[in-house]
Design a protein. Structure first.
Length: 80
């Protein structure tokens, strides 16, 4: 459904539109630089997961970084 891949924000913008939200009301959870950058470019809040890359490599492109997806709780998602 998209013609441009990450780091272009098209996929996230379309996803937000499809669920009836603006991207700034969404949270992107990513472990790649392309995905983190696409989320930021879309205007979403961005959670980086330091699995594929180190915290240091992704922290500049994320609002918050966790070591594992299991560290991301519903409480964190509500408050980001």
């Amino acid at each position: 459904m998209v013609s441009r891949s990450k780091p272009d924000p098209e996929g996230y913008l379309l996803g937000a539109k499809e669920i009836g939200l603006s991207a700034d009301d969404c949270v992107v959870v990513e472990d790649s630089l392309q995905g983190l950058r696409a989320g930021k470019a879309a205007g979403a809040k961005v959670i980086g997961i330091a699995t594929t890359l180190s915290r240091k490599e992704i922290e500049a492109d994320a609002d918050i970084v966790f070591d594992s997806i299991s560290d991301v709780t519903t409480e964190i998602l509500r408050n980001i």
